[in-house]
Design a protein around this ligand. Structure first.
Ligand SMILES: Cc1cc2nc3c(=O)[nH]c(=O)nc-3n(C[C@H](O)[C@H](O)[C@H](O)COP(=O)(O)O)c2cc1C
Length: 198
């Protein structure tokens, strides 16, 4: 059974990002996958301290951070999963602050001992898992996809944890109403993307 982990950086209960992720999760479950959705807004994750203690030892598995918070368990879930849904609304042209805070903590996936300028990513030679990237924005979806940093940041997240982005869903024009609903067309798109993961 394929294990899919969705990591969602939206702030809003049942906003468009939640709805898109939920549509994907439902479809994946119906196809027989084991799906878990992690809402970053419900998880206590502290800021990275840039101490690089987690990056000093070589190896292809992430090292533990000294901060005792929700990240340790989340990293275990990332390691156990076969595929990912990585989702964040676009705020000020980028992933949300809570998604960025999570991404910075993924430095535990880097081997970066003192004396070296840049990290080597531990999963660089690992067989690639698959990831689908999801975002939402006020701008039209096509603009959001290409104009903003969100897609590239979600892609970096996928790469860091050893995954290859196999599809992107950018849900645009969603900021006019307070209570926006995912259109049938976008829901079909979200469902179709799941086929790339299961
Ligand atoms: C602080 C803030 C910044 C935003 N910045 C942008 C932006 O730069 N470009 C854009 O198209 N939409 C922007 N938006 C609209 C959000 O992308 C939109 O509210 C979000 O996708 C809603 O996601 P949700 O339904 O999951 O809460 C912004 C919204 C907020 C509140």
């Amino acid at each position: 059974m394929v294990k899919i982990l969705a990591i969602n950086g939206s702030y809003r209960d049942n906003g468009i990002t939640d709805q898109a992720v939920d549509a994907m999760a439902r479809t994946a479950k119906a196809a027989g996958a084991d799906v878990e959705v992690v809402l970053l807004r419900e998880l206590a994750i502290d800021f990275c301290r840039n101490c690089r203690a987690c990056s000093q030892e070589p190896g292809d598995v992430p090292s533990e951070c000294f901060l005792a918070d929700g990240m340790g368990e989340l990293v275990q879930k990332i390691e156990a999963a076969d595929a990912y849904i990585l989702a964040s609304p676009t705020n000020f042209g980028a992933i949300t602050a809570i998604f960025k805070r999570f991404l910075e903590r993924l430095i535990c996936y880097g081997y970066w001992p003192w004396g070296t300028h840049i990290p080597k990513f531990r999963k660089v030679n690992a067989p690639k898992k698959k990831a689908v990237l999801v975002s939402s924005c006020a701008a039209p979806g096509i603009m959001g996809r290409w104009m903003y940093g969100t897609r590239s940041q979600l892609k970096t997240t996928a790469k860091t944890i050893g995954a290859k982005a196999v599809g992107t869903l950018f849900v645009g024009l969603i900021a006019k109403e307070a209570d926006v609903r995912l259109s049938d067309r976008v829901e079909r798109k979200a469902e179709a993307l799941v086929a790339k993961l299961v």
